[in-house]
Design a protein around this ligand. Structure first.
Ligand code: G3P
Ligand code: MG
Length: 244
């Protein structure tokens, strides 16, 4: 059973932090998903929302804060006092962690309106290259086809997955344009017919964010290759260690 820890093991530790990634690794998860954006001074950092408001003790847009300003924030206390002092990680330190652990990383290129997509991809590619991580340990995904096309110019050897909530009718055109390896979609909207079609034309199929294993029993039968979940610990027969 293939499981990706969504934003790390985000049901047991604050999402998109090193604690969440380490916990996912300790649980035996082979894949971790993260969200990446640029700071004001163009440092790729790991955070989901457009602002730091929900997941730190600060306020403001990620794109308006410098790396130094972001680094001073507490990204753990909102989840539990046990995680007080946790930082927003850089992409560089996240890559270092997964490289050493030998697990794989799904880097979601997170784009919000007015973001400079080209610059995001250029900076992410630079950090990935500097990390000297094995490209086979990586998979880029994005709701933005433009971001996937852009990152392909820099790192053609890293696989790309197109994110959709609902799969559009022109899927084949988009998947060819971005040179996709995989389709990532919301399990709630996926139909058996769509799943079979995607598999028949040769793409991997990932579903997010499946936190109740019973709700996706059929999806595995339809050929879904990967469940992206906040709760890998709920799955039995999963790729988890004895500590799970
Ligand atoms: O990559 C799957 C999932 O992370 C996409 O949605 O909003 O959780 O980043 P979101
Ligand atoms: Mg994501």
């Amino acid at each position: 059973m293939n499981l990706t820890a969504h934003r790390g093991l985000s049901s047991l530790a604050p999402e998109n932090t090193l604690s969440a990634f380490n916990m996912a690794i300790d649980y035996g998860c082979q894949w971790i998903e993260i969200d990446v954006q640029l700071t004001r001074d163009f440092v790729p950092v790991v955070i989901h929302d457009q602002t730091v408001d929900r997941c730190t003790n600060g306020t403001g847009r990620v794109a308006d804060l410098s790396w130094h300003e972001l680094r001073l924030l507490d990204a753990g206390s909102w989840f539990d006092e046990e995680f007080a002092g946790e930082h927003i990680p850089s992409l560089a330190e996240t890559l270092s962690l997964v490289k050493d652990a030998g697990v794989s990383l799904n880097i979601e290129l997170k784009t919000y309106p007015e973001d400079d997509i080209e610059l995001l991809c250029e900076r992410v590619a630079q950090i990935v290259t500097e990390s000297e991580i094995d490209p086979n340990q990586l998979l880029f995904s994005s709701f933005s086809s433009e971001a996937l096309t852009s990152i392909a110019q820099y790192l053609p050897n890293v696989r790309r997955g197109q994110l959709w909530q609902e799969i559009p009718t022109n899927l084949e055109v988009v998947l060819q344009e971005v040179g996709a390896y995989s389709v990532h979609c919301d399990y709630r909207f996926l139909t058996q017919e769509q799943a079979k079609h995607i598999k028949s034309i040769g793409y991997k199929l990932f579903c997010y964010t499946a936190n109740v294993p019973e709700q996706v029993n059929a999806h595995w039968q339809w050929g879904v290759d990967m469940m992206i979940t906040d709760m890998p610990q709920r799955y039995t027969n999963a790729t988890v260690s004895e500590r799970a």
